[in-house]
Design a binder for this molecule. Sequence first.
Ligand code: FES
Length: 155
Amino acid sequence: MEQEQEKKLETILDGFNSGDENIISVLQHIQETFGYVPEEAVHWFAEKTTVPASKFFGITTFYAQFHLHPRGENIITACCGTVCHVKGADRMISRLRTELSLKGDQDTTRDGMFTLETVNCVGACSIAPILIVNEKVHGNVTPDQAVKKIKSIRE
Ligand code: FES
């Protein structure tokens, strides 16, 4: 681990005392600092404390707010709830994945510009299908419109 990264982790370590709430708070700090929760940061913390790495990973994977991989500059979230599914979310997601050249289980573009993720019902079924682009909710989105949104961010 680089010295600069270690310095940042030491700052987070100050004031740490074990306890589940504190672990969540530490993970939030790590994510704020690095943009995600790097595996090496978890191992570093586990070494410096009495908390096993498995506990950090358990919490990280349980809460959707934590990410173990770097995310893109732009977060595109497609709803996969039942109503969105019936209204064509799969076609929209498929077009987006093609547009973003995402293969297999890859969710972030190679250039780090976009992350495409899916969620279950976001509670806006009346305007399904839903696409959330950088926290802005769009309803009744067609596959063409979804691709246009990506293109307009690129331009
Ligand atoms: S199923 Fe997508 S908003 Fe409810």
